[in-house]
Ligand binder design. Structure first.
Ligand code: FE2
Ligand code: FE2
Length: 277
C-alpha cells in the first residue's frame, strides 16, 4: 500500500497566479506529473487542504480538471483557504466528501489501513478549530475499529512548531481534547497535516504528526519567533507513505523537480572495503 500525500496546492482560476507571484496552477500540474511518473504508482493520493487559494467555484473547477489526470482514488480535505460548501459542491464525486452533512470529513478503508479525514476549518479565519461536534465524530470513528492501523488527515497541525506566524494560526481550538483522543487510540499510526508549507514533524499524543511540504510555494524557515509571514520557492516536495508488514508505515520525501542522476555507485580503486581481485 503506497500513499502519496500532497498538500497546499492553492489552485487559482485558469491564468491567474496566487499572491501575484506563485504560479500555483503550473506548480500543481507539475506535482501531478511527478506523481504519475512514480514507479510504482501510489495506490491513492491524499491532499490535505488549501486545495484552492480562495475557495472559489472557478478554482475548484480548475482543480477538478487537473485532478482528473490521476487514475487512483484522490482523498481531499479543506484548509483555511478553502470554502467547504464550494468544495463539496464541485468535487461531490470525490471519495467521502458528501459523507458528513456539514463538514468535509470522511473515513475510508484502504487495504491494511483506515483513513480518517478531519475538517479543521474555522470559516473566515486562518486558524484551525475542532469543535465538540467534530471531536465527538472523531472519537466515534476511532472507536469503530481500534485494531486497524489508522491515518488521520487534517489541515491545521495540532502542535506548536516554532514558526511564529504559523503557530498563531495552527489548530488553536480543541487541540488539548484532540491530543487526548489520539493518546487513547494507539492504532493511529500517523497524523498527516498541511498548512505550514514546509516539512515538520513532532510527536502528538504518542504518534508521529507530519506536516507535508507544499507542492507550490514554501514558508520561509524562521525560528526567531518573528510574526512576519513570507514565502519562497525552495524545492517543492510531497510525502510517500508505504505500509510494510515488517515495519508498519514508512514515510519518504519525494521532490517534484528532477535532480541530476541517477549515477551508479562505481567503487573507487582506493576504497578500503573494495573486494580483492
Ligand atoms: Fe497553504
Ligand atoms: Fe493553510
Amino acid at each position: 500500500m503506497l500513499i502519496a500525500h500532497l498538500t497546499d496546492l492553492h489552485v487559482r482560476p485558469v491564468g491567474l497566479p496566487a499572491y501575484r507571484t506563485a504560479e500555483t496552477n503550473m506548480l500543481t500540474e507539475r506535482a501531478i506529473e511527478a506523481v504519475l511518473a512514480l514507479n510504482p504508482r501510489p495506490d491513492c493520493v491524499i491532499i490535505s487542504g488549501d486545495l484552492t487559494d480562495n475557495g472559489l467555484i472557478p478554482e475548484y473547477e480548475n482543480l477538478k480538471r487537473m485532478l482528473s489526470r490521476l487514475p487512483m482514488p484522490v482523498f481531499l480535505i479543506p484548509g483555511n483557504h478553502d470554502r467547504r460548501e464550494n468544495l463539496k459542491q464541485v468535487l461531490a464525486d470525490y471519495p467521502g466528501l458528501t459523507q458528513h452533512p456539514t463538514y468535509a470529513q470522511w473515513t475510508a478503508e484502504l487495504g491494511p489501513l483506515r483513513l480518517i479525514g478531519l475538517d479543521t476549518v474555522l470559516p473566515e479565519s486562518g486558524a484551525g478549530r475542532l469543535c465538540t461536534e467534530r471531536l465527538a465524530w472523531l472519537e466515534e470513528r476511532l472507536a469503530e475499529d481500534q485494531a486497524r492501523p489508522t491515518v488521520v488527515v487534517m489541515h491545521h497541525p495540532p502542535f506548536t512548531c516554532g514558526l511564529g506566524h504559523m503557530d498563531r494560526i495552527a489548530l488553536i481550538d480543541g487541540r488539548e481534547t484532540f491530543v487526548d483522543i489520539i493518546a487513547r487510540n494507539p492504532q493511529v499510526v500517523r497524523i498527516l497535516c498541511g498548512h505550514h508549507h514546509r516539512p515538520i514533524q513532532a510527536i502528538v499524543g504518542g504518534t508521529l504528526a507530519m506536516v507535508g511540504p507544499s507542492i507550490a510555494h514554501q514558508v520561509v524557515l524562521d525560528l526567531s519567533g518573528a510574526q512576519t509571514a513570507a514565502f519562497n520557492f525552495e524545492p517543492a516536495a510531497f510525502h510517500l507513505h508505504q505500509w510494510l508488514d515488517e515495519t508498519g508505515l514508512v514515510s519518504h520525501t519525494a521532490y517534484v523537480e528532477k535532480a541530476p542522476g541517477p549515477f551508479p555507485f562505481l567503487p573507487d580503486p582506493d576504497y578500503p572495503g573494495r573486494p580483492k581481485a
